[in-house]
Design a protein around this ligand. Structure first.
Ligand code: GRF
Length: 201
């Protein structure tokens, strides 16, 4: 069984986290979320994780010991796969190196478009609408030292309606994200077992 750590963000709504926890609970994927890592205590994601009985560790990304502590938590929980879900910052190089091919992120657009530094939240959907795109979607990609640049593992698409606002588009994409992240983790597990390697890259 694949052991997953989820890193949530400081805004920490946690809906993708919840989708992954519930997919594990229902055995839709052969995995278990063994720890949730959050930059802050008081977020919706943290209360949702606690309600689900998942251990939460709070680590401050600005702390000088952040990468050592993060690696320690991941090793202590024998984590196979790290899923970023709402974590907006870059991970330290020590972490991306140690977990190469084993860290995924979800982005609310069809990368490589509408990604990169500063491209998050409603800004993404505003840009998609402003560009007159007819479709949008979400991307699950491997995490590297750069924003949104790792190889894409899975994308799902949805329409952009003429009457869409950034908010309505965000809602449609978010529903798709939950499905896409679960499917991407399933794919990651299958790739890993087919390749017989711990870390597809
Ligand atoms: C999602 O839109 C995800 O694509 C982005 O951050 C948001 C997190 O939402 N990386 P939630 O906390 O999972 O609800």
């Amino acid at each position: 069984m694949t052991r997953i750590a989820i890193i949530v963000g400081s805004k920490g709504r946690g809906s993708n986290m919840l989708a992954l926890i519930e997919a594990c609970e229902s055995k839709a994927i052969d995995a278990e979320v063994v720890v949730v890592i959050s930059p802050r205590h008081e977020t919706l994601a943290v209360s949702r994780a606690i309600e689900k009985g998942v251990e939460v560790v709070v680590l401050n990304p600005d702390d000088v010991h952040f990468s050592t502590e993060l690696l320690h938590v991941l090793e202590k929980h024998a984590v196979d796969l790290v899923c970023l879900a709402g974590y907006m910052r870059l991970l330290p190089k020590e972490v991306t190196d140690s977990f190469k091919g084993r860290i995924l992120n979800i982005h609310p657009a069809l990368l490589p478009k509408y990604g990169g530094k500063g491209m998050y939240g409603l800004k993404v959907h505003e840009s998609v609408i402003a560009a007159g795109e007819k479709e949008s979607g979400c991307s699950v990609h491997y995490v590297t030292e750069q924003y949104d640049e790792g190889e894409i593992l899975l994308q799902m698409r949805c329409v952009v309606k003429p009457e869409d606002t950034p908010e309505t588009l965000a809602q449609r994409v978010l529903a798709l994200e939950h499905e896409c992240y679960v499917e991407a983790v399933r794919k990651w597990i299958a790739l890993r077992s087919h390749s017989g390697r711990k870390a597809p890259s």
